[in-house]
Design a protein around this ligand. Structure first.
Ligand SMILES: Cc1cc2nc3c(=O)[nH]c(=O)nc-3n(C[C@H](O)[C@H](O)[C@H](O)COP(=O)(O)O)c2cc1C
Length: 368
């Protein structure tokens, strides 16, 4: 049953519905949270048990998208605090996604491309990127510190937890990937070395939370189970990483897939869903969040029956902020995305997704 309370680490959610993290591209020009973002999030905190914010930049070099919300210094705390209060007002737990874009940064955001840093100087296969500069060892450690300082600020701002963004080809994934990480120091090479940045960060984050949190505060981890490229992350690699995260007892894992029952991208002949193929390492003690194409009650129930403890949805909540209530009442949900539903700059960006939206066949973007 999706509509019953559930525990994620030390935090109890009123139900198993989660809003997936979605970048809004709509901060104020100084990267503080904008009024349009407050309105957008407040509306969506009403019916879900947990709301994960857009990816929030942990430092100056972490920015990957235009108008990305930032937590890079203390001056961001008041706005982020108001945001947490808006989310929590509807009964949702507020979880902030912490992010560093690494080599996936939109290069037009950086006056000096030398400030775009990543594990190795290897360009991502995206036309908006440039070849990043490989981080020095000092920068690797400083970046871990930036994440930790962001956690301290999220605690001060009243959040119920943070999610480390280890998915979708951003920095943490870049460290883990044999494609983007070709370092020869202790952060590259063997799988143990490629996971070192993540493992050290999770341990230090738990210590920071233990020391500073004044109420239950969770630490989740989002990961992409595979990369298409060779070399690239395989399910065997992911099995290793999940074992590490299990041993560290993160409060939840969040599998970032395009569909909650997605099968392997690398091995299309095998149509068994990834969640089943990873079942030997998925641990009943560590809740798993599923995402991707979860639109109606049937999807929610099927996802929960497949082994996910909670279900996250993105596009559905963009289109219909009261999705959770409508699941219960079986009312049809809104599938037409109009400009009044999201911040202006996010609406503009959604046009880039139009092809994907049309392929999914579910949502329509409607200009005024
Ligand atoms: C506009 C938009 C922005 C997104 N931004 C993020 C993000 O900041 N962090 C992240 O981990 N995933 C991001 N995603 C991916 C979503 O969290 C989610 O995994 C994806 O939309 C699939 O779920 P859905 O089919 O329910 O939309 C974004 C997706 C969309 C559509």
């Amino acid at each position: 049953m999706y509509n019953t309370p559930t525990k994620i680490g030390p935090v109890t959610l009123k139900n198993r519905l989660v809003m997936a993290p979605m970048t809004t591209y709509s901060s104020n020009p100084d990267y503080t949270v904008s009024d349009q973002e407050y309105t957008y999030y407040e509306a969506r905190g009403q019916t879900v048990g947990m709301l994960i914010t857009a990816a929030v930049a942990v430092s100056k070099s972490a920015h990957a998208f235009p108008r990305q919300i930032s937590i890079e210094d203390d001056r961001f705390i008041p706005g982020l605090k108001t945001l947490a209060e808006k989310i929590q007002a509807g009964g949702a737990k507020a979880v902030m996604q912490l992010h560093h874009g690494g080599r996936m940064a939109d290069a037009s955001l950086f006056a000096d491309p030398n400030d775009i840093v990543a594990p190795s100087a290897i360009q991502a296969d995206r036309n908006f990127t440039v070849t990043p500069r490989a981080m020095t060892l000092d920068e690797v450690r400083q970046t871990q510190e930036d994440f930790l300082d962001a956690i301290s600020r999220a605690i001060q701002a009243g959040y119920d937890g943070v999610e480390l963004h280890g998915a979708n080809t951003y920095l943490l994934q870049q460290f883990f990937s044999p494609q983007s990480n070709q370092r020869t120091d202790e952060y590259g090479g063997s799988i143990e070395n490629r996971s070192r940045f993540i493992v050290e960060l999770v341990k230090a984050a738990q210590e920071r939370i233990q020391k500073e949190a004044t109420k239950p505060f969770l630490l989740g981890y989002r990961l992409s189970p595979e990369e298409r490229e060779t070399p690239g992350i395989t399910l065997a690699d992911t099995r290793y990483l999940i074992r590490q995260l299990n041993a560290l007892k993160v409060d939840y894992l969040h599998l970032s897939t395009g569909h909650y029952l997605q099968s392997s991208l690398r091995d299309p002949a095998n149509t068994t869903p990834i969640i089943e193929r990873l079942s030997d390492v998925l641990n009943d003690d560590i809740p798993l969040i599923g995402v991707g194409g979860i639109n109606d009650l049937e999807d929610v129930e099927k996802a929960l029956a497949s082994g996910y403890q909670c279900v996250a949805t993105g596009m559905t909540l963009i289109a219909d902020p009261l999705w959770g209530d409508k699941l219960a009442s079986k009312e049809p949900i809104n599938t037409v995305i109009t400009s009044d539903l999201v911040p202006d700059l996010m609406f503009e960006r959604l046009h880039r997704w139009q092809k994907i939206l049309a392929e999914g066949g579910r949502f329509i973007l409607k200009d005024d």
